[in-house]
Design a protein around this ligand. Structure first.
Ligand SMILES: C[S@@+](CC[C@H](N)C(=O)[O-])C[C@H]1O[C@@H](n2cnc3c(N)ncnc32)[C@H](O)[C@@H]1O
Length: 351
């Protein structure tokens, strides 16, 4: 996949690009409705709204709901989702990013036995509300120790809820205009025809996203101390790191995570200034690397803002998926209005 990338996007300004791509259309009550479970600050929802959907979010953290409600046209409700949760209304689409900690290789991958596992709540909402299409995303880690559980989820959607389920697919955000290599696993269950979005043949770099900011010293700049620099050096030596892990402006960024934004760890995201000093990224820089437009404001303390950004699906990637969802729904509507095709389609999914 990497070899498809030719170079940085020619003659295109990154900020203009995201402004244009993520401009929210006026609210239209006839637009298809999306229920966004585990909505976070609304990265996934922003992509869907930009593609023309209405959204309602469900999220347990008040500060993330506040961010969603400040920026999106839809409304995010503060709730703790479980298998008994009642959502507001039925919808065409259910999407969500159940917490990834139970499946991430950074944790101990305890999967179903981790009380944070959100899949039972997600699947029971799908069962109750029977949307036309379901999209969930999670970490690549679901392909490892807990692959059996991912298989069970797919089986449940297929056999019990009678969806066509696409083989789980890893999408890399860098192929959809995000200046960051970030892989996420996507599962799509539908009752029509599905096509994953085509990757672009070019990419943006961290330098395209940050511009002059990368050389600036913001008022709130947090410099790494001598002992942190030493720690990073030891970390990079031990992990046989070939290139220092400072942000390389001529390339897409490494994956932006809550951990490498917040913590003073060996792999933290940082910029090396021309004078040799290193500074941590600001909230706005992290948001740009995740493809949030500058008008999108985050609520809460700096740490809470970093967590919302690190947890989010990059809105540009979300929009690419949302456009495929739109196509699929249109196709499903045609199927439903065409008796002979609908019959054939039903046979296909019950075989
Ligand atoms: C991976 S993040 C979702 C990111 C979001 N899709 C985005 O693009 O911005 C998962 C979110 O689920 C929330 N969460 C975890 N367990 C929850 C529960 N039981 N009910 C509601 N929200 C929950 C977390 O607070 C976190 O914001």
């Amino acid at each position: 996949m990497e070899s498809r990338i030719i170079k940085s996007a020619p003659h295109m300004n990154y900020l203009d690009f995201i402004e244009k791509e993520l401009k929210l259309p006026e609210k239209d009550k006839n637009s298809p409705l999306v229920l966004d479970l585990f909505a976070g600050c609304g990265g996934l929802a922003l992509g869907f709204e930009a593609a023309g959907f209405r959204t309602i979010g469900y999220e347990m953290l008040p500060v993330a709901c506040q961010t969603y409600n400040k920026n999106l046209k839809g409304w995010c409700k503060q709730v703790f989702l479980d298998t008994k949760s009642e959502l507001d209304e039925s919808a065409d689409v259910v999407i969500g990013g159940p917490p990834c900690q139970p499946f991430s290789v950074i944790g101990n991958q305890s999967g179903v036995s981790d009380p944070r596992n959100g899949f039972p709540a997600f699947l029971s909402a799908v069962e109750k509300y029977n949307p036309k299409i379901v999209v969930f995303e999670n970490v690549r880690g679901m392909f490892y120790r807990n692959k059996w559980y991912l298989d069970k989820i797919v089986e449940y959607l297929q056999d019990n809820l009678k969806y066509n389920v696409e083989p789980p697919k890893i999408l890399n955000a860098v192929h959809y205009g995000v200046p960051q290599r970030r892989e996420r696993l996507f599962v799509v269950a539908h009752r029509g025809n599905w096509k994953f979005p085509e990757p672009f043949h070019w990419n943006f770099t961290a330098g395209d996203a940050l511009g002059e900011l990368a050389f600036s010293i913001p008022e709130s700049a947090k410099f790494l101390t001598k002992s942190m620099d030493d720690y990073i050096e030891r970390y990079e030596r031990k992990s046989h790191c070939m290139r220092p892990r400072d942000l390389h402006l001529d390339q897409p960024s490494r994956t932006v995570t809550c951990r490498n934004l917040n913590g003073a760890t060996g792999d933290m995201l940082r910029i090396r200034l021309p004078d040799g000093r290193r500074r941590r990224l600001t909230v706005r820089e992290a948001a740009k690397l995740q493809s949030f437009p500058d008008w999108f404001e985050f609520c809460g303390s700096e740490g809470e803002q970093f967590n919302q950004i690190g947890n989010a699906v990059p809105p540009l990637l979300a929009k690419a998926v949302a456009m495929s969802v739109l196509q699929c729904i249109k196709g499903t509507d045609i199927l439903e209005n065409t008796p002979s095709l609908a019959k054939k389609h039903r046979m296909m999914i019950t075989q």
